[in-house]
Design a binder for this molecule. Structure first.
Ligand code: 5GP
Length: 183
């Protein structure tokens, strides 16, 4: 069987990656990696679905036993992609989507030269700022920290194979599907 494609979706926090992933979950040819994280679950997040929520020690263990395809620290917590389920899905001919931050995307690039790296951009920085400000009840200090991080993340866009502007969810989803089926 022809192996599936490994696609990495990255982009600044607040750009709308999770909405894209939610839409793509309807697609039967895609497999979504469930990451391990040391952060606690948010309301409504189910262990084993949103993430595998693990303790710091368990995460250390996963690192030392070489379980991760990549892992990184983000906003005070660690996040990692277990390699085994990814490889299994690829071998079954599924396309695998990793929705991860930029340091992790760089590691995938190094380890898997065949991976396709996609960067999701906001239509403009001011729109991103609006989205970040519209989220929850963050303090101004926290908002400023998120904006600074987003600026840093935006600077990495040039390292990716494709850049998609998140004007409309359906367009981004269609573009990702077309990348997957392209030879
Ligand atoms: P959140 O805590 O909001 O779910 O995710 C925070 C950030 O961590 C997001 O940018 C998300 O893409 C990223 N992330 C989620 N899982 C992984 C992972 O397995 N590896 C890496 N490197 N980043 C991840």
């Amino acid at each position: 069987m022809k192996s599936g494609k490994l696609i990495v979706l990255s982009g600044p926090g607040g750009v709308g990656k999770s909405t894209i992933v939610k839409e793509l979950k309807q697609h039967p040819d895609f497999y979504f990696s469930v990451s391990a994280t040391t952060r606690g679950p948010r309301p409504g997040e189910i262990d084993g679905e949103a993430y595998h929520f693990v303790a710091e020690e368990a995460f250390d263990e996963m690192i030392s036993s070489g379980e991760f395809l990549e892992w990184a620290e983000f906003a005070g917590a660690r996040y990692g992609t277990p390699s085994h389920p990814v490889d299994e899905a690829l071998a079954m001919g599924k396309h695998v989507l990793l929705e991860i931050e930029i340091a992790g995307a760089r590691q995938v690039r190094k380890k898997r030269s065949e991976a396709l790296l996609v960067f999701l951009e906001p239509p403009s920085f001011s729109e991103l700022e609006e989205r970040i400000r519209g989220r929850a009840s963050d303090s101004e200090e926290r908002v400023q920290a998120r904006l600074a991080l987003a600026r840093e993340e935006m600077a990495a866009a040039g390292e990716f194979d494709h850049r998609l502007v998140n004007h409309r969810v359906e367009e981004v989803v269609a573009a990702l599907v077309s990348f997957a089926v392209r030879k």
